[in-house]
Write a protein that binds this ligand. Structure first.
Ligand code: UDP
Length: 438
């Protein structure tokens, strides 16, 4: 079929003929007269089936319809908390899908609580520095996700508003599991028991299976040729960017370590002085002179996307230098690969604290000149060696990675694992709601 270039709009009808009939007409006109591709969604369980069918069957083929049958719940992602009011409106429970840590959820709860306490007194208060979170996690302001750092910024106000919307949720489906952050899970359980915040169900980790990724790739072929447990995988997620200087130090550090590596190299951030050098498009051109030749055979640098779960699952992969995005974190934990934490933005610094201080599966090289400074080649090489020719800390991280991998497997994938049972608890509520409706 030819690609449809029409803008797509989703129309969500509330129950009742008086709502559906005019909305169906709107959808028809958008399609017929205005070059728009509409999908008209109805919440079948809440409205009269015969009416819906009569109205929908009269629509032309240019209007797509989606009947959301026996609606028991709505599950918006945590950035779409406003959709909770839709759930409320149509009378179904809203569960927030929380794709990051339960520690982050505790931070969110603490922010809202603090704000409400002080707002009652007409004051604005920033989170304390450091902030003590469950499990002895002590977070400095610089380690908060950006939006939490400045209580006078407009984005902070939105954050508080989102946190308040969360209170209207029936619960959170959290992409985490007990052993990864036990104290945070316990802490949210207590808040739910007190009724101050909805319950968080740790139902993860949700990690793509490696068979969902393409099996053919230059890096997998290369990994097949490497000895078991010999390769350091280096990748900073879908958006992580290093400076030119940091890219070169990282390269020099990998070279200095003497270990094998597979590096997904991203275009560094360029300032005016770097531009017009002729290689504004090729990330590999920013590596130090002769680096690729000198490391040829033991290192592979690629400029494209790597099938990350396959790479992490590969027997040759032994360590992961990661920006600690939560998905990368869970993928590493699920495959039992210890990490070198290199957080860049969003909640990655907080994830790093969880990984180093709570879970104990990661080492963190120190940047000179503090946060935002450069991690030197010596630091990079030392961290790689600590994990690969394991020293005391490296051995501990490797052991913890194996333990957490086993826990993740038992939690998430075994039929009576806690994550699976938590999800069943929620699904059970949804099934009961539908039964009562019939
Ligand atoms: N990813 C991948 N290949 C790459 C880079 C990233 O498959 O070369 C995948 C990775 O496996 C993860 C996701 O992209 O599932 C990145 O999510 P994460 O939360 O780790 O970081 P973000 O990109 O959101 O910063």
């Amino acid at each position: 079929t030819a690609e449809d270039h029409r803008p797509h709009v989703v129309l969500l009808a509330s129950p009742g003929a008086g709502h559906l009939i005019p909305m169906a007409e709107l959808a028809r006109r958008l399609a017929d007269h205005h070059g728009v591709a509409p999908t008209l969604a109805t919440l079948a369980g809440l409205s009269d089936r015969a009416t819906d069918a009569a109205v929908l069957s009269s629509l032309p083929a240019s209007v797509a319809t989606a009947s959301i049958g026996s609606t028991a719940a709505l599950v918006p992602d945590f950035f779409c908390a406003a959709a909770l009011s839709v759930a409320d409106e149509v009378g179904v429970p809203g569960y927030i899908f929380f794709p990051t840590s339960i520690t982050a959820l505790c931070l969110m709860r603490r922010t809202v609580e603090l704000h409400d306490d002080f707002a009652a007194a007409g004051e604005q208060r920033a989170l304390p520095d450091p902030l003590e979170l469950p499990g002895g996690v002590s977070l400095r302001t610089a380690e908060f996700p950006e939006a939490f750092r400045d209580s006078t910024a407009p984005v902070y106000g939105q954050l508080v508003e989102t946190g308040r919307q969360y209170r209207g949720a029936a619960g959170f489906l959290a992409n985490s599991f007990y052993e990864l952050e036990p104290a945070a899970v316990e802490d949210s359980k207590k808040a739910a028991e007190k009724g101050t915040f909805p319950p968080a169900y740790p139902v993860g980790p949700f990690v793509r299976s490696s068979s969902d990724e393409p099996g053919e790739s230059a890096c997998l072929e290369w990994l097949d040729l490497q000895p078991a447990g010999s390769v350091v995988f280096v990748s900073f997620g879908s958006a992580g960017v290093l400076s030119v200087e940091q890219t070169r130090e990282l390269a020099a550090g990998l070279e200095l370590s003497g270990h094998r590596f597979l590096w997904v190299v991203r275009m560094p951030s360029l300032n005016d002085a770097h531009r017009n050098g002729g290689h504004d498009e090729d990330p590999l051109a920013w590596l130090p002179d002769g680096f690729l030749e000198r490391t040829s055979g033991r290192g592979l640098a690629i400029a494209a996307w790597a099938p990350q779960v396959r790479v992490l699952s590969h027997p040759a992969t032994a360590a992961f230098v990661s920006h600690c995005g939560w998905n990368s974190t869970l993928e590493s934990v699920a495959t039992g690969v210890p990490m070198i934490a290199w957080p860049l933005y969003a909640e990655q610094k907080m994830n790093t604290v969880i990984l180093t201080e709570v879970a104990g599966v990661a080492l963190r090289p120190v940047a000179h000149g503090g946060d935002g400074g450069v991690v030197s080649r010596k630091e990079v090489a030392a961290a790689v060696k600590e994990l690969m020719d394991p020293g005391e800390k490296g051995s501990a991280a490797r052991r913890r990675a194996r333990e957490l991998q086993a826990a993740a497997a038992a939690r998430a994938w075994s039929p009576d694992g806690a994550s699976r049972r938590a999800l069943e608890e929620v699904a059970g509520k949804w099934k009961n709601a539908v039964r009562e409706d019939r």
